[in-house]
Design a protein around this ligand. Structure first.
Ligand SMILES: [Zn+2]
Length: 159
């Protein structure tokens, strides 16, 4: 990761946190929120669809997309937050007994899509969601959140 040092600085400029993780990230956003960028960062906590707080990393659509490689670390701190369930076109691919299934009606309904694509997507998105649950309350660097293949792809890209 060529820009990991920048990311560390950007998120932990106050030097208070040892590792970048969900708690640290929230704390830093809070710190930023008290400054000049208050409006934007306060909104950063809230789901842009339903307006409610995204309280838990395992509810976060932003972090789900991050761990499966759809969001780059550089844009994490500026991207808008959403609940996983408030983004049904992605949430429908989570297949886990612990996750109440989400159904989509309309053109993105997985029942109308190519089964091979759907299967592939289900495996990836479900693993991403399980990874989020695994990360809850853990001291893991933000850069180590994503699935191994996502981190490996970053390595290749940085070369
Ligand atoms: Zn929501």
């Amino acid at each position: 990761m060529c820009r990991s040092a920048d990311l560390d600085r950007a998120l932990c400029y106050d030097g208070s946190a040892k590792t970048l993780n969900w708690a640290c990230f929230s704390a830093v956003r809070e710190a930023i929120g008290r400054g000049s960028e208050m409006a934007r960062c306060e909104e950063g906590y809230l789901c842009e669809v339903c307006g409610q707080d995204v309280e838990d990393i395992a509810q976060s659509d932003l972090y789900l997309r991050y761990v499966i490689g759809l969001v780059d670390p550089e844009v994490l701190h500026t991207a808008r937050e959403r609940h996983i369930r408030c983004n049904p076109t992605l949430a429908q691919f989570i297949v886990d007994p612990e996750f109440e299934p989400v159904c989509v009606t309309g053109p993105f309904d997985k029942r109308t899509l190519d089964p091979a694509y759907v299967r592939q997507r289900e495996i990836l998105v479900t693993r991403g969601w399980q990874r989020l649950r695994e990360l809850r309350g853990k001291e893991v660097s933000l850069l180590d959140y994503p699935l191994p293949e996502v981190r490996a792809a970053w390595q290749v890209r940085a070369l």
